[in-house]
Ligand binder design. Structure first.
Ligand SMILES: *Cc1c(COP(=O)(O)O)cnc(C)c1O
Length: 393
């Protein structure tokens, strides 16, 4: 209790936090300061894919700490080279820039698109087409393409906002393309907006528009990427490639790191002096990234997500038919949502008190983004607590 009181005194009040202090984790369970155990179906918001306390991951970080943590980008470092090589190899794209967060990955991706357009025609009034109900981060650039008035209000001047189109509505996007458009940005599966997967025709259509008009297509896979949807990158499921891909969340499995990855067409746009970061891609963060890729392979994470994700979906679909208050299930792999006909806050609070960590994505939607190493028995345990919370909240 004292910790919470102290936190409110010294930490800026930008969150209404749940009344719990997590102190440690093991596997897919978290423990609070009172020693109470929680099943974790949030993974620190889709971050901790490998679960807590993976020994090989922890050891790689410890080893790197003993070697060197930080050098700056003025010099080469081995973990960054290794991590970037793994990203290039698995994406089939050309060049990587490491950032410290998803927001910064988006900022960089937007800069690539602006610069790409600028190199063709030296104007500065470029516009992005972004999607309603999208989420791309909280910096002013990332907010400008975030299609949610709640997040933008008071922070993004009218003239700086992107042009917004309806997600999965190709006609709407097409009607908004003009001579100022430099790029189109969208999540492959909208996360914060309520777990809405893109339709195949939509992504294919965006690719076609961008090819025909020489625009930069940016996919934000900060949340849906890194195996969560049952392929290493969500866009692989659609067979549609972006020009620039933004990654973060599970990329470092807890170490703050993101990346934007550009294909051959766009990777030359940023040149020395155009972009930079002090921490981005430091040896500690990129040692984490590198180990994450190795462990994904060793543990067959993607295959596992397909198996457990299908089971989770089945179980959630059962809930939809069992409870009138649940409207539908949406999602891919281990990125699932349940839409209720009422605000889900009280259910989430009740579940937490019963030892289950779940989060929302919008007022009426419960989001399930567990560690990717979750097993079927954990799904069963989650469903049983969730039912209890729905019936007794
Ligand atoms: C979380 C998220 C971001 C922002 O990432 P941060 O690491 O919080 O800066 C951007 N896009 C999507 C889709 C996200 O889910």
């Amino acid at each position: 209790m004292d910790y919470m009181k102290q936190a409110e005194q010294v930490i800026m009040k930008t969150y209404n936090r749940f009344p719990v202090v997590f102190e440690k984790g093991k596997g897919v369970y978290l423990y609070d300061t009172e020693g109470k155990k929680y099943l974790d179906f949030a993974a620190g918001i889709a971050v901790f894919a490998l679960g807590y306390g993976n020994e090989a991951y922890n050891q790689a970080l410890k080893d790197q700490i003993d070697k060197i943590i930080h050098t700056s980008n003025l010099y080469y470092n081995i973990p960054a080279i290794e991590a970037a090589t793994k990203i290039v190899k698995t994406t089939g794209m050309d060049k990587v820039f490491f950032t410290n967060s998803g927001t910064e990955a988006i900022e960089g991706a937007l800069k690539v698109a602006r610069k790409y357009a600028y190199l063709k025609e030296e104007r500065e009034d470029y516009e992005f087409i972004a999607m309603y109900h999208s989420f791309h981060g909280r910096s002013q650039g990332a907010l400008a393409v975030t299609g949610n008035e709640k997040y933008q209000k008071g922070f993004v001047p009218e003239g700086c906002r992107a042009v917004f189109a309806q997600f999965n509505d190709l006609e709407d996007v097409l009607s908004k393309v003009n001579e100022k458009t430099c790029g189109i940005i969208c999540e492959v599966v909208q996360g914060e907006g309520g777990i809405y997967p893109a339709k195949k025709e939509f992504l294919e259509g965006l690719r076609k528009i961008c090819d025909e008009k020489d625009l930069v297509l940016i996919f934000d896979e900060v949340q849906c990427g890194m195996g969560r949807c049952g392929s290493l990158y969500a866009h692989e499921l659609y067979g549609v490639k972006p020009d620039v891909l933004a990654l973060a969340k599970a990329l470092g499995c807890g170490v703050p790191v993101g990346a934007f990855v550009a294909n051959e067409r766009t990777s030359h746009a940023l040149v020395p002096g155009d972009h930079g970061t002090t921490y981005g891609g430091n040896p500690f963060a990129t040692a984490a990234v590198s180990k994450v890729f190795d462990l994904y392979e060793e543990l067959h994470i993607v295959e596992h997500v397909n198996e457990v994700g299908a089971y989770l979906k089945e179980e959630l679909k059962k809930l939809v038919s069992e409870y009138d208050c649940i409207k539908e299930n949406r999602g891919i792999g281990l990125m699932q949502g349940l839409e209720f006909d009422c605000p889900v806050g009280p259910i989430i609070n009740k579940a937490l008190s019963m030892g289950l960590v779940i989060i929302s994505a919008g007022a009426n939607i419960i989001r399930f983004v567990p560690p990717l190493v979750i097993e079927k028995e954990h799904v069963d345990e989650m469903i049983s607590i969730l039912k209890n919370a729905i019936e007794n909240h």
